[in-house]
Design a protein around this ligand. Sequence first.
Ligand code: FES
Length: 394
Amino acid sequence: MKIKGFLQDVTGASRVTKARLGAFEAASAVPEATDPIADVVAQWHPKKFGVTVTAVRDASPTAKTIRFVRTDKEKLPFFYAGQFVVLDFKIGESVISRPYSISSAPFEAREDNGFFEITVRRSKGDGFIADYMNDSLKVGDTLTAMMGCGQFYYEPLRDAKHVVALAGGAGITPFASMAKEIAHGTLGCDLTILYGSVSADDIILKDELDALQSDKVHVVHVLSGDAPDWQGERGFLSAELIKKYAAPDTTYFICGPQAMYLYLQKELQKLGAPKRRIRFEVFGQAKDITQFNGYPQELKDKTFNLTVRRGIHEDVIPAKATESLVVALERAGIRIETACRSGACGFCRTKVLSGSVYICPENDGRRAADKDFGYVHACAAYPTSDLTIKIPIA
Ligand code: FES
C-alpha cells in the first residue's frame, strides 16, 4: 500500500510539472499589468481605510457601542474575534491613534453590509478621546481605521478547548466578540466569562451577553461594590472564584485595567496555571508606570530633554520620566505611527541613539535583535536620562 501510494505521488508530481510547463509556454511574454496576489492582499489587509459611523447605542449607563462600515463600501478586512482596530482622530493639526477591541463578531463583518462595532466607556477624567466618542461622535462622522490587529484571539493549535475569560470594565469587549462568534458556530471553544464590575450599572453589554448564554458560553457577573439585592457572585476575581469555573486544562484570557492584570497574574500563579495557558491584552499604555517592577522611583518627578531626529529634521522636546516616548512626541505634535500602544506590535519601533530608557517589563514585545541593536517600542519606553532617538517619518 505504501509503495503504491508513493508511486502515485511521484506520477502525480510529474503530471503537475507537465501542466505547469504547459501553462508557462501558453502564457503571454508581456508581464501582467497588475499583481493579482497583491490585489487580494490589499483587499484582505488594506493598510488604512475610511470608516463611517452608522449607529450609536447605549451599552450601559456609562458606555456606548458605535457601529462602523467602510466609507468606500468595500468589504471589511478579515479579523479574529478578540483583535482590535486602530482609529485615527484628527485633533487640531495632530493625528492621534487609539486602539479599540472590536466588540462585534467577525461573521458580522463578512456578511453583506458588513460592519464592526466598538464599545467605549466614558473615562474617569483621564481620557478625552473616550469622552469624545461617548459625547460627540455621531452617525455620519468619518474616521480612518486599520484592522485586525493583535494576538489576543483563540488559536485551537495553541489554546485549550476550555477558555476562562477574566474581564474587568471595558475589558469585556473582546470576549463579547468571541461569545458571538461561538454562538454563530464559527469559533470552536467553550467560553466561561468571569466579568468583574463594581456595581450592576457598570456592567457593559449586559443584555447582549446574557442573550448569548448557552452550553458553550457561560457569563458570570461578579460585583465588588455594595449591592444589597445582588444574587450572583461577589468580591474580586480571586483564585478561589476562578478555580470554581476552570476545567483541568484551561486557557486564561485576561483583559482589563492595569491593576486587575497585575492582581490576576498573582491569583493565577496560586492556581499553578502555566504561563503558556495565560494570554492577556493590556489596553493601551500602562496607566501608572511607577507601579511596575524595577521602575527607578527616584526619577519619577524628572523631565528630560528628548532630541528627535526624523529625516533631516531635529527637534528637542521635553519628556517626563513617567510618560512614554510616544506621549512626549504626541504632546509636541510629532507624528509617530502607533497601533497597540502597549508594546506588542512594533509600529512605534524607534532607534535610541544615545541616553537610556526604562522599558515596561510587561509590555516589552521587542525581538531579540532589536534589543541588541538599541531599538525600543516608543509606547513602552520611558526616559531615564536626556535622550536622542531616531523615528521614521510618518
Ligand atoms: S504601538 Fe504597538 S508597539 Fe508601540
